[in-house]
Design a protein around this ligand. Structure first.
Ligand code: MRU
Length: 370
């Protein structure tokens, strides 16, 4: 059984400033170290924290999307290994379970392997298990801080790129899913670029796809946009086409869960149709992701494992059926956009445009540690 407690930290999403809400943190109360997560399934109506005291609790939080989004999954996975080590779990077994909790976001396995490698290295150097656990925790903290730095660099580079691709400023940008501070050690990936445009006085409007079936756009991106004060408008996913045809979209900005060596991008289902629309309407389609999302070990889009989720996420709405009992549902969590539909991939190390395997390889993705 998962062992976690639930702590309500606020009743309404707009009562606190950004600094007062922590997305993920490590604490060491007298009862023992814990990983505390903002439960993203409860947003935007409640800000509730999940206190994970063991690995099963974290596994459940990952599978239910209480903690989600590629970079944050990597950070959570790394802290999960540290939690396993300090709580006396079998670290190899915990690492295996954590890395497989969701299959598509490559960052999860990356974070887990990085912390597990630090733990094993410390043991091999003759350190006691407690010191090896401290090494795993230090690695998790390091990854957390690096992701914040990467986020800031992507925001800078992404804003520069927008300036080149969309002359004149006053951007109307469209995004899908959620890519802000809720998925990052910093301010996120694609949404960090949008925020930079907003701060520079260059954002006219953010169009927010609601992102069926789990509504990461409506629940999470709108929540983050509202807190920043930027102008934003929510739309049903299938309204995007009419926005493009009305000339109301200057660029599409999305994140990524895995970028294959050939530049194919796995991201939230609904991203690929946006790329097709953007190509037809000659609108830049920009992917913003840290190099930890690039997977040199996955050669192409067809080799990316796409997570298939439970059908009830489609056949029910707020736990009420919206289809006849027994209806089968097709519910892939992600889709794959081929490289030739992507105008540019923005990373902390540089921008790749056009997107080619050679240009991606030259960025120096970290690959699989230890
Ligand atoms: O299923 P989720 O909510 O974890 O999916 C998240 C996404 O698809 C994000 O767009 C992606 O992780 C990029 S976040 C920087």
């Amino acid at each position: 059984m998962a062992d976690h407690s639930v702590v309500s930290v606020a009743n309404g999403p707009w009562k606190q400033t950004r600094e007062e809400v922590s997305v993920l943190r490590w604490e060491e109360p007298p009862e023992g170290p814990v990983l505390i997560l903002l439960d993203q399934t409860r947003l935007p109506t409640e800000e509730v924290e999940l206190v994970c005291t063991d690995v099963p609790a974290l596994l459940e939080a990952i599978r239910t999307l209480a903690v989600r989004g590629a970079p944050l999954l990597g950070i959570a996975g790394a802290y999960g290994v540290a939690l396993a080590a300090v709580r006396g779990y079998d670290v190899d077994e915990a690492a295996e379970l954590l890395a497989r909790a969701r299959p598509t976001a490559v960052n999860l396995g990356y974070g887990v392997r990085r912390a597990a490698a630090a733990y094993r290295r410390a043991l091999a150097e003759g350190m006691a298990p407690e010191r090896a656990a401290a090494a795993a925790l230090a690695e998790a903290r390091g990854l957390h801080a690096e992701d914040a730095e990467a986020s800031a660099a992507m925001a800078r580079r992404g804003l520069e790129l927008l300036g080149e691709l969309v002359p004149g400023g006053g951007y109307q940008l469209l995004t899908h899913c959620n890519t802000g501070a809720l998925v990052s050690g910093g301010e996120g990936t694609a949404l960090a670029v949008v925020l930079a445009a907003h701060r520079a006085g260059q954002l006219r409007r953010l169009w927010v796809d609601e992102t069926r079936p789990l509504l990461q756009g409506a629940r999470l991106t709108a929540y983050e946009a509202a807190r920043t004060g930027m102008a934003y408008t929510l739309l049903a996913d299938n309204a995007a086409g009419s926005l493009f045809s009305a000339g109301e979209v200057d660029a599409v900005l999305i994140g990524a869960d895995r970028i294959a060596a050939d530049g194919s991008v796995a991201n939230k289902v609904g991203s690929y149709p946006l790329a097709v629309l953007a190509r037809y309407h000659r609108v830049p389609f920009i992917v913003v992701a840290p190099t930890t999302t690039i997977d040199p070990g996955t050669p192409d889009g067809a080799s990316i494992e796409v997570e298939q989720r439970a059908g009830h996420e489609v056949t029910e709405w707020a736990a009420r059926p919206v289809a006849p009992l027994g209806t089968q549902a097709y519910n892939p969590a992600f889709d794959i956009t081929p490289a030739d539909l992507i105008t540019a991939i923005v990373t902390e190390n540089g921008v790749v445009s056009p997107v080619t395997a050679d240009a991606l390889a030259a960025l120096g993705a970290p690959g699989a540690p230890g």
